[in-house]
Design a protein. Sequence first.
Length: 163
Amino acid sequence: MSRLTLKTEGDVHVVVTRRFKASPEAVYRAHTEPVLIQKWLLGPDGWTMPVCISEARAGGRIRYEWTDGKGGSLLLTGEYVALEPFGRIVHVERFHMPDPTPDNMPNPTPDNHIETRFEADGEGTQMTMRMTLPDSATRAAMLATGMEDGMEASYARLDAMPA
């Protein structure tokens, strides 16, 4: 299907859109069910997600742990705010970045508030994700990570999954 589009709005928003060949129900489930999330939300090739907690209910926890198998790792935590089955997910997430100090405790990034909508579009789904960051510096730092390529690699995997 189509590649994602990523645009900025104002000082703190990022809007990502992508069309998928699967139904809104299938794309929604792929965003909320741990066994499905672990198959596609991997970023660049070579990464895996050995830990995936997705308690898809208001107040439910989110915890994703990725590894590249070479000593690299990433951690994301968050919580669901609201869910409308097959149509909308609102959640908060924060990445935990390694701290270069000797105790190497992960430091969480500021909260990223995300609303994701899934709308039927012909025989597929149009997904629109709107991220709200706390300030322009946080948004700039997030965009500088090359997140667009990792997102597209993950979404290409999702699009290739059986509906």
